[in-house]
Each structure stands twice: as structure tokens, then as C-alpha cells.
Ligand binder design. Structure first.
Ligand code: NI
Length: 201
């Protein structure tokens, strides 16, 4: 193949990848219940990655600790008035629907508000939800790195102690090898999540 046509092929490939990326990341997440990136290895490559955080019992946790488990990864914050508690309750209900298979799944809640969400705050909050829930916090930098790995947007809104956090609300399903399998949007029900997980087990 000639160099010029190789360059054209490379340009076309780059364009195709960029378009796929746009579809993956500009999709109105809130309306998508379950998106599986079966053949799209680009999605698997782009979502997830190493994190170094601390759980609600004060124990350091990294992504490597969870190999062998399916993970439901959700970012939010404990002062969130509606979306976060609703989503965590939906995850809890999905875990209950999985029965014995729930032992293969670890739901992970990562705070985007490490300033207020200390390990003690997370411990009290997590006790409202599924007993397998792991709630993680860390330094501002550690949280930023984890959010970046999972393509999560978050931003502080307001001043003083009553500020809120804007944040993406996506439940990621990660495989036992740590690779991205798909995600659930805000409208996903417990049945949707349980079915999505069951399809992968
Ligand atoms: Ni929230």
C-alpha cells in the first residue's frame, strides 16, 4: 500500500474512532438503561482504571483488590438530596434480586465530595444500603484521578457549608478482570440492573 493511501486510511480510522467516542460519551446517559459495549473495545479501553482510595472502615483499597468480582461503580456524595440515595437504593434492590449471585458482585460508591464525606460519614451512610456496598473516599487528588478514569464529571456548586455537587449519574458494570462491560443510566430499575448483571454471569 502506498504511503498516501496509508495516511488516508489512518485519517479515516481516526475519524471513525472519534465518532465512536462521541457516541459513547455524548449519549444522553439518563435515558439509556443498559448499554453494552460488546464489540466496541474502545469503550472498554476508555472507562475504568487504577484507583487508590480508602473505604468506610478506613482501609486502603485499590482497584486490584476487587479482581474476580463484578463491580457496580457509582460516583456521588452523601449530602445529595435525591439522585444518589435513589440510585443506591436501586442498586441495593438489584443486589437483593440477584439472590446467591450477589456474592459475585460488589457495589462501589465513590464520593465526589471528599471534603465532607470522611470515612465516618461514609460508614453511617453506607449502612442504609446493601451490606456488600463499599464506600470510598480519598484526597481531592485521589478522587479526581478515580473520576477521570471513569469519565465522571463533578463540580462544586455554591459556597459555604451548604454547597452541593453537580455530578454525572452513571452506574458502571465492570468485569472480574477490571474491564468495562456496560453502564446503566438514571432511569434503570432494579430489574434492569439485575438482568444486565445476570446476562454477564
Ligand atoms: Ni447525587
Amino acid at each position: 500500500m502506498q504511503r498516501a493511501s496509508l495516511a488516508r486510511l489512518a485519517a479515516a480510522l481516526a475519524l471513525a474512532l472519534a465518532a465512536l467516542g462521541a457516541v459513547l460519551f455524548l449519549t444522553p446517559w439518563g435515558r439509556s438503561l443498559w448499554s453494552k459495549e460488546g464489540e466496541a473495545t474502545i469503550g472498554q479501553a476508555l472507562i475504568g482504571g487504577p484507583f487508590h482510595l480508602t473505604d468506610q472502615n478506613g482501609k486502603p483499597r485499590t482497584d486490584a483488590d476487587f479482581r474476580g468480582q463484578y463491580l457496580l461503580v457509582y460516583f456521588g456524595y452523601t449530602s445529595c438530596p435525591d439522585v444518589c440515595p435513589t440510585t443506591l437504593q436501586t442498586i441495593t434492590n438489584a443486589m437483593d434480586k440477584l439472590g446467591a449471585d450477589a456474592a459475585k458482585v460488589t457495589p462501589i460508591f465513590i464520593t465526589v465530595d471528599p471534603e465532607r464525606d470522611t470515612t465516618d460519614v461514609l460508614k453511617a451512610y453506607a449502612s442504609n444500603f446493601h451490606p456488600r456496598l463499599v464506600a470510598l473516599t480519598g484526597s481531592a487528588d485521589e478522587i479526581a484521578a478515580a473520576a477521570k478514569a471513569y469519565r465522571i464529571y463533578y463540580a462544586k456548586v455554591g459556597e459555604g457549608t451548604n454547597y452541593s455537587m453537580d455530578h454525572s449519574s452513571i452506574v458502571y458494570l465492570m468485569g472480574p478482570d477490571g474491564k468495562y462491560l456496560g453502564h446503566f443510566g438514571m432511569d434503570a430499575t432494579a430489574d434492569d440492573i439485575a438482568a444486565g448483571i445476570r446476562a454477564e454471569l
